[in-house]
Design a binder for this molecule. Sequence first.
Ligand code: FCB
Length: 453
Amino acid sequence: MSKNLDYFDLQANDFGDDFIWGVSTAAYQIEGAHNIHDKGPSIWDDFTSKKGNTYQNQHGNDACEFYHKFQEDILLMKKMNIGHFRFSLSWSRILPKGTGIVSDKGIQFYNDVINFCLECGITPWVTVYHWDLPLVLEEKGGWTNRDIVQWFQEYVTVCANSFGDRVKNWMVLNEPMVFTGAGYFLGVHAPGRKGLRNFLPSVHHAVLCQAAGGRILRNLVANANIGTTFSCSQISPYRNNRRDLRAAERADAMLNRLFIEPSLGMGYPLDTIPILRRIQSYILPGDAENSVFDFDFVGIQNYTREKVRHSYLVPYVRAKIVKASKRKVKATLMDWEVYPPSIFKMIKRFNSYKGVKKIVITENGAAFEDEIYQGGVHDEERLSYLQAYLKQVHRAKREGLRVDGYFVWTFTDNFEWAEGYNPRFGLVYVDFNNQQRIIKSSGKWFSHFLGTK
Ligand code: FCB
């Protein structure tokens, strides 16, 4: 096994007995089985069926075939000493038309997954919404339509009533900044809509759903541990001048503050980004109060840091991310800088919010070129990445900051949205020709590390 085993000086125990260790996934990225049984199409089924939207027009129709292979995968987790499994529910598998009739087969599938996890001694962590909106709801405006608050509440109610007796750990939304920003502002993710007039209502409705979902879970699930997740990155100015500094502040408000602050009762960061004031036209009386929810934990998802410069060419925010490749720094296949202190900074930042009670790293990981060599996948770069980031998580703990768990993104290689199957993030390699799984060196190391508990 890797030489890194010998000189990585931390053990899982060093993070405390009750620290949670797991892996994270999402329905569309792994399940496949996109149209079997009752499942209705989602915006990702639709988006990937149109030419030019994804790398080599790839799609998640089959993905990792988790729908059929979940037992094999969960058994592999167990073998690798992984105690917690985060996965998401596909809305259109459960409610094929978004609202109304519930699919017994959809419920059955998730019951089978949950029950099998529990049989294997693995604790399920369920994300209610990880980006795959039912297409029928998008046809009615999707996240831009305020009715989504009703649709979403109906969906969360079905989930809570169906699974809440066995699932205690819940996350309402996955990275609302990404699904509204990439999906409704830049148009590079499903449903591919653009511009401020799509973005701003989507943001506000996602903020309302985030809190409404939390309230429903609180009412319906006894002893629930309720969170929601946020993407976040340390943002630094590219050059040390006033304009870049200001640009970095604006980018930070947009990327790191936009969704958490209203949920804490702090409102939107309107002072930092004046254009955001236009969101006020979507806000009705009572919304500010209804945006607040007392989450038991906040899930933070960190991969990189961003350097930002002032730019007149970028509308509204006037800030531009300077890519890692332009800066000639070490980067992953996503062109995300490898910068471990960023995760420490983000833990510290979220600790500084009064009202954040617990913090779980619900995603962290890296994509690098992997190849099979003599039957193994020797992914030293991913291994070093994980170790370096974990050191920073440990540093946060040592310095007395709250951090209560860590989930690797991700278990098996899977469908990475617009990037298709090209970036591989898994601890386990997937040969997509025959669906064979091979534990990579990083996976062997992680499993050994967890075995020391
Ligand atoms: C996060 C997403 C997750 C995956 C990783 C690489 O933004 O939540 O689905 O794509 O990035």
